[in-house]
Design a protein around this ligand. Sequence first.
Ligand code: PMP
Length: 438
Amino acid sequence: MSPDKASTRSASRVFAREFHRTLPKAMRGEGIWIVDSEGRRYLDASGGPAVSCLGHSHPKVIEAVQRQAALLVEAAPAGMDKVFFVCGGSEATEAALKLARQYHLEKGQPQRRHFISRRQSYHGNTLGALAVGDNPARRATYAPMLMEVRHIATCYPYREKRSDETEAAYGRRAADELDRAIRELGPENVAAFIAEPVVGATLGACPPVPGYFKRIREICDRHGVLLILDEVMCGMGRCGTLYACEAEDVVPDILTMAKGLGAGYQPIGGVMAHRRVVEAIESGSGALMHGHTYLNHTVGCAAALAVQRAIQEEDLLANVRRQGERLKQGLEERLGNHRHVGDVRGRGLFLGIELVQDRASKRPFDPDLKLHARLRDAGMSEGIVCYPSGGCVDGRRGDHVVLAPPFTVTDREVEEIVERMGRTIDRALRSLPAGQAG
Ligand code: PMP
């Protein structure tokens, strides 16, 4: 295949913002020239909004974007056909919400504007993302400015599964909250449901019970509601599969990614859409009603491409699965009987430890004790950087620590993490006022 054909094929996997239909349609750009669908040439004297300082189609620059899109789409769940790149997780959430809204407009259902999400979730720090998220501290200041969103319970087996209930029954019960919320709002008014497959920052690497997301998918389908999966933290291999939803055997309508996509080397996020969403837009207005100057930014894409190649060439997903098992097992052995460790959970190299004052009742430590801050400081003293978070005032969860080491972690390093984490927890607990920890 000629390089031209190959790059056109890859380029078709990237969402392109097109001019509105009433304007000439830009088909391609070459240097300072833009060529429309009639073959007419325009001298691009503004470089878009004063951006295009290298002109259009610089071969070195476009290569990275095209290759990156092709690689991600090839490895994605069936039907996830197109992706566009933004600069981070919050931007990806905003774009996903807008895309869902636009989808329903294109389908002639403009009244579908409500979003449903889950408590104890985080989707980013911009206004739309804060609205769908449920991080009380981050929301408080801006609460009056946030769109109204219905929050349902998250899937949190450690605290929410009843002891007389099977995992499957609990999964059904948790998912059915979505069905109820949709019916209450009126299915015809609901645009999308957004959730993290494995909950990260707010719940300490908390995977769902098997079957939960399958039922969520069924409920969304039943009511014509789109399913947005936020894989910003749990995706891109972190849980042992490139996409976290692979383990749930569920294909979303829209999927967001960030963090691991650029592995911290470059700011980049992505929004991937299912064919049915793309087709609705392509056969409707034809243009994605969203965009920023740095959509599909080349340097970010180049970094992400290099990250994906390293993951493939070094077979790192296999290492994530193997070391993830070892790390979890090591933590369970070291901390499983610890009187203040309530739960060790997670998937792949995305693990969480929840600390409680009392194991039997699962009572968290008093948030005023700021155990999470003590854990951070104790970690520093033990020479380990971990990601602790505070418990909730209403006792809905305890302080927890997230561990998410690099995919390259070795046997020896896993053992070292277990050892240092154990010492960190003991040190943090010793720092509590007398009588708080035994
Ligand atoms: N979604 C999830 C699940 C996240 O964990 C985060 C970041 N912690 C975001 C969205 C927002 O990403 P960013 O900080 O890159 O805007």
